[in-house]
Write a protein that binds this ligand. Structure first.
Ligand SMILES: Cc1cc2nc3c(=O)[nH]c(=O)nc-3n(C[C@H](O)[C@H](O)[C@H](O)COP(=O)(O)O)c2cc1C
Length: 213
């Protein structure tokens, strides 16, 4: 039994990575964490090259990830909220699951999934997107967790004065960026626990599956 944790955030080591890892932390079967940051994963180009053999023919980093996806029994997939939808890198990654759909391809169908969403405000739209991808690929969603990450406006250098940025939007004019105003997962212990609980639930489901087969 193996669970594959994927963070589709282009910011390595940030909030999405951490929340995915928090889910993995309570799983007792083998786990592997992969960050998509820095990886080249193009969108599906609808070439239909995958119809006969369920293998995508686009040549990029998804080729190396494919076998890991097929070998895993469950997925913990995390993504960041960009413009109230799943960020582009995560979207491309999930679009490429199209290769598994044809002719009732058995690469991912019937497996389990957990959706993880992080946003400057919240990750709610993201988990809805991931759940939809799960549904299309017949991955059974065990649950979802969302949390508030850190919008780039807190570190871009102009956050205190930019009128369209997250600092203004969250707190209003005159707000100083400091430890108190900067969001952090450490300030959301209930979200971290929710993530660990989802890991426990996924673990139990997997063990149930293992006992039944
Ligand atoms: C291009 C871009 C668009 C974003 N749009 C939103 C948004 O619409 N809503 C939101 O809540 N956060 C938004 N954010 C903030 C990110 O979701 C936030 O920084 C989150 O922490 C990213 O995950 P990470 O920390 O794992 O990188 C946006 C960030 C970027 C870079």
């Amino acid at each position: 039994m193996k669970v594959l944790g994927i963070s589709g955030s282009p910011r390595k080591g940030n909030n999405t990575d951490r929340l995915v890892k928090e889910v993995l932390s309570t799983i007792t079967v083998e786990t592997e964490f992969i960050s998509l940051a820095g990886k080249k994963i193009d969108p599906c180009i609808a070439c239909l090259g995958c119809v006969e053999d369920n293998i995508c023919k686009v040549k990029d980093d998804m080729q190396r990830l494919r076998q890991k996806i097929v070998d895993a029994d469950a997925y913990v997939i995390g993504a960041a909220n960009y413009y109230s939808v799943i960020n582009g890198l995560s979207h491309c990654f999930l679009e490429r699951f199209y290769q598994f759909r044809h002719k009732e391809g058995k690469g991912v169908c019937g497996k389990l999934g957990v959706a993880v969403g992080v946003g400057g405000r919240n990750g709610d739209p993201v988990v809805e997107n991931i759940k939809t991808f799960f549904q299309y690929n017949q991955i059974d969603c065990v649950g979802a967790v969302t949390a508030q990450g850190v919008a780039s406006c807190f570190t871009c250098g102009y956050g205190e004065t930019c009128k369209v940025g997250a600092v203004y939007t969250f707190f209003g004019p005159g707000t100083k960026i400091n430890e108190e105003t900067t969001p952090s997962l450490d300030k959301q212990p209930e979200k971290l626990e929710e993530a660990r609980e989802l890991g426990r639930q996924l673990d139990a489901r997997l063990k149930g599956f293992a006992a039944a087969t």
